[in-house]
Design a protein around this ligand. Structure first.
Ligand code: 16G
Length: 263
């Protein structure tokens, strides 16, 4: 018997929560095992069949409890290799003074960046996209929507739009958009970013592995070439529990002159 199934059995037999559906009691005892460190980030869970047999409940009950924990981000399932305790998400500190790409940000922290494509294609522009990118309705845009992961933990959903003459083949972006833009001399050199608080919609929350309504950051980035041309319009949703955006502030030039105080 594994330490986990022993822990679950002890929890289920402790008797509290009678009247609560069995799958919920099972879910709670797995959560309890996680919080007490009985199972740790990266550990593999026994198979559903094994848990069901050891604690004498149906596989459907085990599956329901496990699916709930997957939906809330505590467990992850890898196709073909089983269910694991999700890696712990260390908060990521992101400077607001450097214009960097997601891939670069993660590499600097020694984390492996990965993307899952949600959409990648050429479309007629929406009114917002036309306005921000300065396009007419006859022109086209490249849209790249990705779930961005670091060490297999989903951190953000990024939806970037560029004029199709900047990126005629969105399929050319496999890993890093900024690397592709760099190669064609169109990497942005400046950006304006607007950050606001949001509660995650169910679809976005499911992608990010958190519960619907959880806190998130909605970020709009408009990036420019040195010429002043807008090159990229990105709308992103970042997980509120993983990101700290940090800005360095300096005394403004006008305030630095001592004369105001001297008088
Ligand atoms: C950053 C940018 C995003 C850009 C992406 C490119 C925010 C807050 N930041 O995540 O605008 O598209 O980097 O990353 O949206 P990549 O070069 O790794 O594809």
């Amino acid at each position: 018997m594994t330490v986990l199934t022993r822990h679950i059995l002890a929890g289920l037999h402790a008797g509290d929560g009678q009247g609560t559906p069995l799958y919920l009691r099972l879910r709670r005892s797995i959560e309890d095992a996680l919080s007490r460190g009985v199972i740790r980030p990266g550990d593999a869970l026994p198979s559903e069949r094994e848990i069901a047999a050891r604690i004498a409940v149906s596989r459907v009950t085990v599956r329901k409890a496990v699916q709930d924990l997957v939906a809330s981000g505590l467990l992850i399932q890898r196709h073909g290799s089983g269910t694991f305790v999700a890696p712990r998400v260390d908060r990521v500190e992101q400077s607001l003074s450097r214009l960097t790409s997601f891939t670069e940000d993660m590499a600097r922290r020694g984390m492996a960046a990965r993307s899952q494509w949600i959409d990648r294609g050429i479309y007629p522009p929406s009114p917002d996209e036309m306005m921000v990118l300065g396009l007419s309705s006859r022109e086209l845009v490249a849209r790249l929507s990705r779930l961005r992961l670091a060490n297999d933990t989903p951190l953000a959903i990024e939806r970037a739009t560029l004029s199709s003459d900047v990126l005629p083949d969105p399929g050319a972006v496999t890993r890093s958009l900024y690397t592709v833009l760099q190669k064609t001399g169109k990497r942005p050199v400046r950006a304006v970013q607007r950050i606001s608080a949001t509660n995650l919609e169910a679809d976005d929350a499911a992608l990010l592995g958190v519960s619907a309504g959880a806190a998130g950051l909605s970020i709009e980035r408009i990036s420019y070439l040195a010429s002043g041309r807008v090159i990229e319009f990105t709308r992103s949703i970042y997980r509120g529990d993983t990101y700290d955006f940090v800005a360095e502030l300096r005394l403004g030039e006008a305030d630095e002159t001592p004369s105001a105080e001297a008088s």
